[in-house]
Ligand binder design. Structure first.
Ligand code: F3S
Length: 284
């Protein structure tokens, strides 16, 4: 059985940068380091950080002293202000591509567009984006939702960095019929597009696909959808021990891909475990 790992899989630039910033802060033993919520959407990697002394808090008010890390997804600017008011050193791990989306949404609001965000409601990145315009943005997850928006003179659209380009096309098409003028900022990041393209291309030429990543990871869920849409049986796991031998029984080729917040060690574990399942004779 051939096991093929997608050309673009696992940690993206923004996640690597966030982890490096946190590791540097944790090495400076003069102060504790806290992250606001999970630094990245991968429970195993977050648990590893906790072992190295990086603690997670639910709000700024929980931190008496120590450095506060803002996650790669970005946060509400009010949270950052509160941290600075309390005198806490802030380590801003917001991905530069998320910041670019922040700048675009502010531009749209300033120039008088009715702002729409294509994204997952409740996702931290989407909440951080909406907070940039004081919550005055419509959040839509599908073209059908966009079709229900009221008719306006001008709509401006920004996109959660991990959305699918197809979803952007559909929502932009729907919005174009709800206004006289539409301005679109394609803020899907390059890492997302490369991972999605590699996943699709691989899924089309294997007998089974394994997608590795946190169940709370939006970009991992997107990879699962993309692989499943090719018709290839697709399975989502967070860790190697969730693999089932039945999934690869009779498969000549198995593809593996992983979300942008999945560390290399988990991908390696999954590949090794697939080999073990094969060696155990669980597969033909
Ligand atoms: Fe940044 Fe894109 Fe990764 S927005 S955190 S490079 S998935």
């Amino acid at each position: 059985m051939e096991i093929i790992v997608a050309e673009n899989a696992g940690f993206c630039f923004g996640v690597k940068r966030a982890l490096e910033l946190v590791a540097r802060a944790a090495n400076d033993s003069s102060r504790p380091v806290y992250t606001l919520g999970a630094l990245i959407h991968n429970p195993q990697e977050v648990a590893r950080l906790e072992v190295s002394g990086v603690k997670q808090v639910g709000g700024v008010e929980e931190v008496e002293e120590g450095a506060l890390v803002l996650s790669a997804h970005g946060v509400d600017p009010g949270v950052e202000r509160e941290a600075r008011t309390r005198g806490l050193p802030v380590i801003d791990a917001t991905c530069p591509f998320v910041k670019r989306a922040h700048d675009h949404i502010v531009t749209l609001a300033r120039e008088g567009y009715s702002v729409v965000i294509l994204g997952d409601p409740g996702h931290r990145e989407v909440e951080g984006l909406a907070a940039r315009v004081s919550g005055k943005a419509a959040i839509v997850a599908t073209a059908r939702e966009a079709e229900r928006l009221p008719f306006r003179k001008r709509y401006g659209l920004v996109v959660q960095t991990t959305q699918r380009p197809e979803a952007l096309r559909e929502v932009a098409g729907a919005l174009a019929e709800r206004c006289r003028e539409l301005r679109v900022f394609n803020t899907i990041c390059e890492a997302t597009m490369k991972r999605q393209e590699s996943a699709r291309e691989l899924a089309e030429r294997v007998d089974a696909m394994i997608v590795v990543g946190g169940r709370n990871s939006a970009n991992t869920k997107r990879l699962v959808e993309i692989c499943a849409a090719t018709g290839t049986p697709t399975h989502h796991v967070e860790t190697a021990d969730e693999l089932e031998s039945a999934w690869i029984r009779g498969a000549a080729r198995v593809g593996v891909t992983a979300g942008a917040s999945t560390p290399g060690w988990i991908i390696d574990d999954v590949v090794s475990h697939l080999r073990e399942l094969e060696a155990e004779g669980s597969v033909v």
